[in-house]
Write a protein that binds this ligand. Structure first.
Ligand SMILES: Nc1ncnc2c1ncn2[C@@H]1O[C@H](COP(=O)(O)OP(=O)(O)O)[C@@H](O)[C@H]1O
Ligand SMILES: [Mg+2]
Length: 111
């Protein structure tokens, strides 16, 4: 969540809200982080959760980072018996919308 929020804030236009939602149903947590920025470029969508994937650092207010955050998110979600995905674009202006799915009961995690 720290990385998803950091990314959302860094890619948001100044002063724009970042939306965070959490819901638990059927033994699963669904956590969502959505921003009103430019969205994830098509060019990196298919390798977004691989290590060292970053878009052109000159884009927008995106400055720091090594491109490890989402790779770590994916591993952590997996260890909690879940996943993290980028939701499909929802018509412009779409922003970025990440969805985390986790087992509510840690004993269901596949560790
Ligand atoms: N909310 C977002 N909006 C637009 N692009 C994003 C967003 N989150 C991640 N990205 C893209 O995915 C890349 C990888 O993110 P991440 O793995 O967290 O690495 P880092 O934050 O260190 O660059 C970012 O560099 C950026 O190009
Ligand atoms: Mg990051």
């Amino acid at each position: 969540m720290d990385n998803l929020l950091d990314n959302a804030v860094r890619h948001s236009p100044e002063g724009e809200a970042v939306t965070v939602q959490a819901a638990c149903a059927d033994g699963r947590w669904r956590l969502e982080v959505a921003d009103a920025g430019p969205g994830v470029p098509d060019a990196i969508r298919d390798r977004l959760f691989q290590r060292f994937t970053r878009a052109d650092p000159a884009r927008g207010r995106d400055t720091g980072g090594a491109g490890l955050g989402l790779a770590l998110c994916a591993v952590i979600a997996d260890l909690h018996g879940g996943s993290v995905v980028l939701a499909p674009p929802n018509g412009p202006p779409s922003g970025a919308h990440f969805v985390v799915d986790l087992a509510a009961d840690p004993r269901e995690a596949a560790v």
